[in-house]
Design a protein around this ligand. Structure first.
Ligand SMILES: Cc1ncc(COP(=O)(O)O)c(C=O)c1O
Length: 399
């Protein structure tokens, strides 16, 4: 029987030079599968502290201790050279983030992982279409995971991709064992969501729309970071590796993250993926305009015109900028401040050996959707937002 995912997987394979692709209902779920396959519980995983907190909880759910990496303050990528030898010793894996689509230095990380004999796992959620070292992000690791909720805006789905195609059967079985069965109510909510969102925009908080948003788990963040609930988290830790005890953290923003998709959901997702190249072209265009502005990062180590998911403009008054944009109905999401070591503390993570540059980046980065480049720039200029004086103001360790 042809798998229901075959068309989606074939399309993705074409983007990744024929690499084996396995459909998963979300990137977070794919990351959990990868961490469970490649890392023994109790291990330590190097990751970026400027990251979605959901991913932090996925690492904990996999029974692993997160180790926060030093970052390059220009674009939030992992600063491999600043990771001390003592930290490399005893690591189980490196998990990249490719924040906003800016690639982590995968070629260097690949060789460093090879020297240490540990796997590289790429979180390519933000980086579909980005390249590094002349290859797509997501083609360096033993595993890489993509999200179809970002550029493709399918709000569901993703891919776990594998360097070794022979592992497909084993990982597909692990996926199927963890999936929850399709639920008619969830499918209906998914399929009607665009209409609910249109109602939200048009009528403000119409009651039905508000209920749908609640049902979809989209109202759990009152602040940038979700509440840690340290006592509950400490009680959940001994149950790892397992998803259920961590569900209330891992599901935030997407309650369907481990739901087997229905036919309607797959159809919509396939259609969105088919249009991806047009979306990427728009992102590339807006990225170029934003980076060329006074808020861009001239010294950043990037290849030409990546189709960034969000462009991290570096500004002095980040929170004022968010308010000014909101007044013009431009919503800023994907702000990851404070860094995870400051958010969670040493009870739950090994802090970065050099936290300054990451904290500086987290504080000043304003993620702007490149599709709204011109409107966003106009708002920032009118509001008198100043570019961050990055290279001179960045802390010790920044280049
Ligand atoms: C860096 C990063 N990785 C992974 C994810 C999770 O993706 P998904 O919602 O498909 O699980 C997110 C979600 O925003 C993210 O920001």
């Amino acid at each position: 029987m042809v798998s229901a995912y075959a068309e989606l997987e074939e399309r993705m394979r074409g983007r990744l030079a024929g690499r084996e692709c396995l459909y998963v209902p979300s990137c977070r779920f794919g990351l959990y599968l990868a961490l469970r396959h490649w890392c023994r519980p109790g291990g330590r995983v190097l990751m970026s502290p400027v990251n979605d907190d959901v991913i932090f909880f996925v690492v904990l759910a996999a029974g692993l201790r997160p180790v926060q990496a030093p970052l390059d303050p220009r674009d939030g990528s992992i600063d491999t050279a600043a990771v001390p030898d003592s930290v490399w010793q005893g690591l189980s894996a490196v998990l990249t983030t490719n924040l906003y689509g800016n690639p982590d230095p995968a070629p260097g990380l690949r060789s460093r992982c090879d020297r240490s004999g540990i796997p590289l796992i790429e979180d390519a959620a933000h980086a579909i279409g980005s390249t590094v070292g002349g290859r797509p992000v997501g083609t360096y690791g033993e595993a890489s995971v993509f999200s179809l909720s970002k550029h493709t805006a399918a709000k569901a789905g993703g891919f776990l991709t594998l360097a070794d195609p022979a592992l497909r059967g084993e990982l597909a079985a692990a996926r199927d064992a963890l999936l929850h069965p399709t639920r008619a109510a969830a499918e209906l909510a998914y399929l009607t969501r665009p209409y609910a969102e249109a109602a939200l925009r048009g009528l403000r908080l119409a009651r039905a729309a508000r209920a749908t948003v609640r049902l979809l788990g989209l109202d759990e963040r009152k602040e940038i970071r979700m509440p840690l609930r340290a006592d509950e988290l400490a009680r959940a830790l001994p149950a790892a590796p397992a998803l259920d005890p961590f569900d209330s953290w891992v599901r935030v923003d997407m309650h369907d993250y481990r739901l087997r998709p229905g036919a309607g959901r797959l159809r919509r997702t396939t259609g969105k993926l088919a249009r991806l190249d047009d979306v990427l072209a728009t992102h590339r265009d807006g990225t170029a305009r934003l980076l060329a502005s006074e808020y861009g990062t001239p010294g950043a180590p990037r290849e030409v015109a990546q189709p960034l998911f969000r462009v991290p403009l570096l500004v002095e008054e980040r929170d004022t900028a968010i308010v000014a944009l909101a007044r013009q109905r431009i919503t800023t999401g994907y702000v990851y401040d404070p860094p995870l070591d400051r958010y969670a503390g040493e009870a739950f993570t090994e802090p970065s050996a050099a936290p300054g540059p990451a904290a500086w980046f987290a504080r000043h980065a304003l993620p702007v959707d490149p599709r709204h480049a011109d409107e966003a720039l106009a708002v920032l200029r009118t509001a008198g937002i100043r570019p961050a004086s990055h290279l001179s103001a960045a802390p010790e360790g920044a280049r």
